[in-house]
Design a protein around this ligand. Structure first.
Ligand SMILES: Cc1ncc(COP(=O)(O)O)c(C=O)c1O
Length: 448
């Protein structure tokens, strides 16, 4: 019998997952289209690799095991799997068609709705992926300012201008690499030193897990204004999650351009480029940003249904409530076990569990927790990406599972056997060389 969302008597059977993975070898380079979904992020030998279906906050793998999901498609399932009002909207649109030969009314209607809920969205365009709209924003900023240098902070997608600053920069021309630099988050001094009159824009994730300090976002706004650079918010994780209108709404800071994707269409592929009318007007003639599927109607129908539901049901507030409950309880349970080196941190609607190196190898510790949660029917990769479908019963099950798991972790640490008690290969670091790398200003040692 497949495992379920409870403390299971045995590890999940993953025969079909493993068969599919074997067929992908050599055929699908890297095995996955989305790095964060790949097997390197899960304990190999124990975790499932392929999911078949989902309802609400629960998913079933190809072997029939059921899990409570805390990744939620790595962000997009903001309402939940198979969410009725969104799926009804998609089905209704499907009756009429998916992609057309002229524009579709939804392109206007969803743009109007986005203007209502996203601050400073004077103009709106659509894309399919996050990388598409962050790249369009950078191109617009360069065209508007007639400058080339870009300062970034966070992860912004696979395109040349950004990946150039990571350790996966093969295939990117040197000339492109020399134009992008990273800023350390929350370091006002570094930002003031780096933002100069050669800067086209500062693009950043306005917040990840550390809240902005010392008026960081406001300082960036002022520094950009001083030199005539644009401020671009990458709101992939913040938009339609910490508030409908993302960090601009939550922190009261105006961005010149803001980019959204992930949570806006409950799993359908859609991204938004929003911002100042005078900047976005360059898309009329000078700056090229067009694609075959930009106005695809199923995703727009899904976005409209998602945004309306979120607004009516106050979804961001609900995500925060459930998330805060989990965060506070995790930290209490960890302290009860004397595990001072693990914490749950972040804004309530999206938190992450961290492991301090003083307790042992953080990746091995994370793998151990993941293993024990999988045995209790929870699919977890360190994050709590809350959805509107995460119920009180889901939260109660999660806390019971954490209580048992953290007790086992404390025992394993005391016995010096965390790695030995792992039934598979530990998870690998997530590719995210996004700070302290190709920085501007350069650290003093590198300048010398
Ligand atoms: C903050 C942020 N920006 C941009 C992207 C890129 O989006 P996509 O993978 O849809 O291209 C991501 C993806 O995870 C992201 O987290």
């Amino acid at each position: 019998m497949p495992n379920g969302v409870r403390t299971n008597p045995s590890d999940p059977v993953t025969t079909r997952s493993d068969e599919l993975w074997a067929r992908a070898a050599g055929l699908v380079p890297a095995g996955t289209q989305t790095l964060a979904k790949g097997p390197a992020q899960y304990v190999r030998g124990l975790a499932p690799k392929y999911l078949q279906r989902g309802v609400g906050s629960h998913v079933w793998d190809v072997d029939g095991n059921e899990y409570l999901d805390f990744s939620m498609g790595v962000g997009p399932l903001s309402l939940g799997y198979a969410y009725p009002s969104v799926d009804d909207a998609i089905r209704a649109q499907l009756e009429d068609g998916i992609t057309f030969s002229l524009m579709h009314p939804l392109e206007v209607e969803v743009a109007e709705l986005v203007r209502e809920v996203v601050p400073n969205a004077e103009s709106v365009r659509f894309g399919k992926t996050g990388a598409e709209v962050t790249s369009a924003a950078v191109r617009l900023a360069r065209a508007f300012t007639r400058r080339e240098k870009v300062l970034c902070c966070g992860y912004h997608g696979w395109h040349d201008w950004y990946i150039a600053v990571t350790d996966r920069d093969a295939g990117i021309p040197r000339a492109v690499r020399e134009l992008t630099f990273t800023l350390p988050y929350n370091d006002v001094g570094a930002a003031l030193e780096a933002i100069d009159d050669a800067t086209a824009c500062v693009i950043l994730e306005p917040v990840t897990f550390e809240a902005p300090r010392n008026g960081y976002l406001h300082e960036l706004r002022r520094a950009c204004d001083r030199v005539g650079a644009l401020l671009v918010f990458d709101e992939m994780w913040t938009g339609f999650r910490i508030a409908l209108g993302g960090a601009q709404e939550r922190f009261g800071v105006r961005a010149d351009l803001a980019c959204f994707s992930k949570a806006v269409a409950n799993g359908m592929p859609l991204s938004l480029l929003t911002g100042r009318e005078d900047v976005m007007a360059l898309l009329e003639k000078d700056v090229f940003f067009f694609s075959t599927f930009g106005g695809e109607a199923l995703s727009l129908a899904a976005a409209r249904a998602t945004i309306l539901e979120m607004r009516e049901k106050h979804v961001p507030a609900q995500l925060a409530t459930q998330g805060r409950f989990i965060k506070d309880a995790y930290n209490r349970l960890a302290r009860e076990q004397g595990l001072d080196g693990t914490q749950c941190v972040g804004l309530d609607a999206r938190t992450v569990v961290t492991f301090d190196a003083t307790m042992g190898d953080p990746l091995v510790l994370k793998s151990f927790v993941q293993q024990e949660l999988l045995r209790r029917g929870i699919l977890w990769n360190g994050f709590h990406n809350l959805s509107f479908s995460h119920s009180d019963a889901d939260v109660a099950h999660t806390l019971a599972a954490y209580r048992e798991t953290l007790a086992l972790l404390a025992q394993a640490i005391a016995a010096g056997e965390v790695r030995a008690r792992l039934r598979g290969e530990p998870v690998e670091p997530v590719f995210r060389r996004t700070s302290h790398f190709h920085t501007k200003p350069q650290p003093a040692a590198a300048r010398a």
